[in-house]
Design a protein around this ligand. Structure first.
Ligand code: NAI
Length: 475
């Protein structure tokens, strides 16, 4: 088996944590039991690009239990948990000498070149073929296949412009080396039945491609299952934003002034968590609805410019770019903590910061750096501006990821087994499946549901068995 991880000797540790996680992931384990006999993913060749954590290990082994042939990478250079990666490669039945699990190409602290090399490797099956399904988080695997196919059709990979971001130059270089006469990327794209996308940022890319007419295969937007974005993005970040801050800096949060940029699902979870620790939380927003929500939730809402010099902790949650600029960082307090929990690292202008004349970067420990300005004051940047909850801590806990990943598995089954029902487009799972995911997590929390009477169901116009809300309901 081909694979590349940090250290297979970590597999036992990983396996013990996977076993603990399985207990906390009732949705995934229920899906395993439900499909143990029918194995609906037999024949599926799934390339996954999603943070290689312990929770993801349970997802991967669920896909395998349902019959899939899987290859995996992380979707971020810092988010891999090396013991999880090792355990997945070794597999429940294998040993470090004879691994029997799934090929994983991921380790914590990849360079960007290594990151894209890993993505390319996971898209290559040993028999020379590619995947027929993608499970993506942020859209990088989908992007590589689309750009490869586009340039192959055009007959050339464009040269990067001087001012292009470093990462784009790396992608173009990889494509230049892998675009072949055998039309590798076009063939891979044609064999893919669909992609299931995990996060807001990746979903945004998919809708853009569909609008532009360039999307090459159907996609299920897993993020906008209610049991994903209203849980993982919100309650997951409510947990892991504090975990990231604590493990990186262990600074006392109570009494500090914290700025949360963006008050969408992620921002709501982060602001709530910081307030829970006693921070005085200030929110920035561009959307009047979210700004009004933040105000009515009791947060001061203002612009970053107004508070950049008085805050102690900054967390960007927008999925947008240039939220905190180098200019902002130059005006921050000594030892202000600057972090991003949105998908990509361009929310904080790290490139601009690095170009500041006279600036000095010092590593405190991996994923925690001080940047000292010529006037002597410094700021603390977490995870080099990449998602701090996965870079500095271990991301979301198992229970909330069980909701997200149960949606992922159901979406993979949908696209793989009912391909003809999904012409090229971007879809969300039907509400009855969303409700099913929630239902699978109730027992573990001791939740007792009330059952509608027939008359009550008729009165509000729903079935006793659900769905209980119209599609336009917003929760
Ligand atoms: P969302 O769309 O619900 O929220 C983003 C908010 O930022 C919106 O309300 C928007 O109006 C606001 N915003 C946009 N530009 C802004 C600006 N210049 N200043 C202030 N506010 C601005 O998206 P969601 O679901 O909250 O996701 C946000 C990001 O977090 C995405 O990149 C997503 O992929 C990522 N994500 C990260 C997770 C993690 O574990 N680190 C988990 C889930 C999502």
């Amino acid at each position: 088996m081909d694979f590349k991880v940090a250290d297979l000797a970590l597999a036992d540790f990983g396996r013990r944590e996977i076993q603990l996680a399985e207990h906390e992931m009732p949705g995934l384990m229920a899906v395993r039991r439900e499909y143990a006999e029918t194995r609906p993913l037999a024949g599926a060749k799934i390339m996954g690009s999603l943070h290689m954590t312990i929770q993801t290990a349970v997802l991967i082994e669920t896909l395998v239990a349902l019959g899939a042939d899987v290859r995996w990478v992380s979707c971020n250079i810092f988010s891999t948990q090396d013991h999880a990666a090792a355990a997945v490669v070794v597999g429940p039945e294998g040993t470090t000498d004879a691994p029997k699990g799934v090929p994983v190409f991921a380790w914590k602290g990849e360079t960007l070149e290594e990151y894209w090399w890993c993505t390319d490797q996971a898209l290559r099956w040993p028999d020379g073929t590619g995947p027929n399904m993608i499970l993506d988080d942020g859209g990088d695997a989908t992007l590589l296949v689309h750009k490869g196919a586009e340039y192959e059709k055009a007959g050339a990979v464009p040269s990067p412009a001087e001012e292009d971001p470093e990462e784009w130059k790396i992608i173009l270089d990889l494509l230049r080396r892998t675009v072949t006469d055998e039309n590798r990327w076009t063939t891979v794209a044609a064999s893919i039945k669909g992609v299931t996308e995990e996060t807001t940022t990746g979903v945004h890319r998919l809708y853009e491609m569909f609008k532009a007419g360039t999307l090459l295969f159907p996609a299920i937007n897993v993020n906008d299952s209610v049991t994903k974005s209203k849980f993982d993005n919100k309650y997951g970040c409510r947990h892991s934003v504090i975990d990231g801050l604590n493990r990186a800096t262990d600074v006392l949060i109570g009494g500090k002034v914290a700025v949360v940029c963006g008050y969408g699902d992620v921002g709501k979870g982060c602001a709530d968590a910081l307030r829970g620790q006693g921070a005085r939380v200030i929110v920035t927003e561009i959307d009047p609805i979210c700004a009004l929500q933040a105000a009515m939730d009791g947060f001061q809402v203002t612009t970053l410019e107004d508070v950049v010099g008085i805050a102690d902790i900054f967390v960007t949650t927008t999925g947008n770019f240039d939220i905190i600029t180098a200019g902002h960082m130059g005006r921050m307090k000594h030892n202000a903590i600057v972090s991003n929990i949105g998908h990509f690292d361009n929310e904080i202008d790290m490139a601009g910061l690095a170009k500041t004349p006279g600036i000095v970067k010092t590593e405190v420990k991996p994923q925690v750096h001080t940047w000292t300005f010529p006037d002597g004051h410094q700021i603390i940047v977490l995870a080099e501006g990449r998602l701090m909850n996965l870079g500095c801590a271990t991301g979301h806990p198992s229970f909330v990821m069980s909701n997200s990943f149960t949606n992922q598995v159901i979406a993979q089954i949908e696209l793989f087994t009912k391909t003809e029902q999904y012409p090229i487009g971007v879809y969300v799972l039907p509400k009855h499946l969303d409700e099913k995911v929630a239902r699978l997590h109730l027992d573990a929390l001791g939740v007792k549901l009330t059952t509608l009477s027939k008359a009550q169901a008729e009165y509000i116009g729903v079935d006793i068995e659900g769905p209980y809300k119209p599609d336009h309901y917003r929760y």
